[in-house]
Design a protein around this ligand. Structure first.
Ligand code: DAH
Length: 338
């Protein structure tokens, strides 16, 4: 027993000396950790008291408790003293807390990449309104009145007769009317479709529209520019395929596919290309002479090509996503992965 009481006395002397050397709040915390914290010397000693023979328990327990309470009080007094002395409770040695940083949305990343590629090819980036007049979305683009795209099904109509643009092509006439050829223009933006959503269809998505008008522009230029641009946008070598297609505002019209990136070997039950090995990425074509005339561009002198594609689709390919609805889900688990 005297042994134990002696140890307590020694511990007290040791702790006092340690405390008298403390200069800063950080050192004070260090002191607390060594002597008073849960795994510190004094609580550890106190935990052994219960195992002592009953006649020792009381005097040793009392001595140890007195020591603990005394040191606790001295610790608090020292802390108050240090704080009052203007030693701020700021410890530069404490590891910093990392602030949560925001970051770009995946669609913004891909849009900026697309802009970068076309800027590098001499295109200017322009904007068009999301709330649009039907003549820009349809009429000036040579879309006839009876065209199914005007259906209540596909278009969000506003009560004042305007609409939410269904494609970025709506900006074509606006920007062309303000330019004299030659010009190269890229118009990225959001578009809206009134249709049921599923893994590959969303009512809001983003497109990029391109226009290149000059003397002597041909389908070969379209192939060259798009072929190069697409390689750069998807950051890898892909095969590109042009298929004849129909859009009222171009003649001839094509659809542009790139080879499916989602797998190496067989695409047999691939969800992205549905087994074909190709993914449609763009609509394009030579701007219809009627469209050029609608914006007072001399169609006997100038020709041009136009193209329009889905930014969401490219982002899905780039990040190997199989559900377009994730983009607007606002789900942090999804967004934090980029
Ligand atoms: N606007 C079309 C769409 O949303 C895509 C498109 C096709 C744009 C052909 C064009 C084009 O500029 O020439 O489906």
């Amino acid at each position: 027993m005297t042994d134990l009481l002696q140890r307590i006395a020694d511990l007290q002397a040791e702790a006092r000396t340690a405390l008298s050397r403390v200069q800063t709040l950080a050192e004070l915390e260090q002191f607390r950790n060594v002597y008073l914290a849960r795994r510190g010397k004094i609580p550890t000693l106190l935990r052994t008291v219960k195992d002592l023979p009953s006649d020792e328990r009381r005097p040793v327990g009392a001595a140890a408790n007195t020591l603990r309470r005394g040191l606790e009080a001295e610790y608090l007094a020292a802390r108050a003293r240090l704080r009052a002395r203007g030693v701020r409770p700021f410890d530069v040695t404490v590891p910093g807390r990392k602030p949560v940083l925001g970051h770009l949305h995946p669609l913004t990343i891909v849009r900026r990449d697309i802009e970068e590629v076309f800027l590098g090819m001499g295109f200017e980036i322009l904007d068009g309104p999301e709330v649009e007049e039907p003549r820009y979305n349809f009429d000036l683009l040579n879309v006839p009145l009876e065209h199914p795209a005007r259906d209540l099904m596909d278009t969000f109509w506003l009560t004042d007769g305007r609409l939410l643009r269904t494609h970025t092509s709506a900006a074509q006439a606006r920007v062309m009317a303000n330019r004299t050829p030659p010009f190269r223009i890229l118009i990225p933006g959001r578009v809206f479709r009134h249709e049921a959503t599923d893994a590959t269809h969303e009512s809001t998505f983003s497109q990029f529209e391109g226009l290149y008008v000059d003397e002597g522009v041909s389908l070969a230029d379209l192939k060259g520019v798009l072929g190069e641009a697409l390689q750069r946008i998807v950051h890898q070598r892909v095969d590109i395929r042009f298929r004849p297609s129909y859009f009222p505002f171009v003649e001839p019209g094509v659809e542009v596919d790139i080879s499916c990136l989602s797998r190496r070997g067989s695409h047999r039950d691939c969800r992205v290309c549905k087994g074909t090995g190709w993914v449609e990425i763009l609509g394009a074509g030579m701007i219809h002479p009627v469209v050029l005339q609608n914006v007072a561009v001399d169609s006997t002198r100038y020709r041009g090509f136009a193209f329009g594609g889905s930014i969401d689709r490219l982002a899905m390919l780039r990040y190997r996503l199989t559900d377009i609805r994730l983009f607007w889900s606002g789900d942090p688990n999804f967004l934090e992965q980029f």
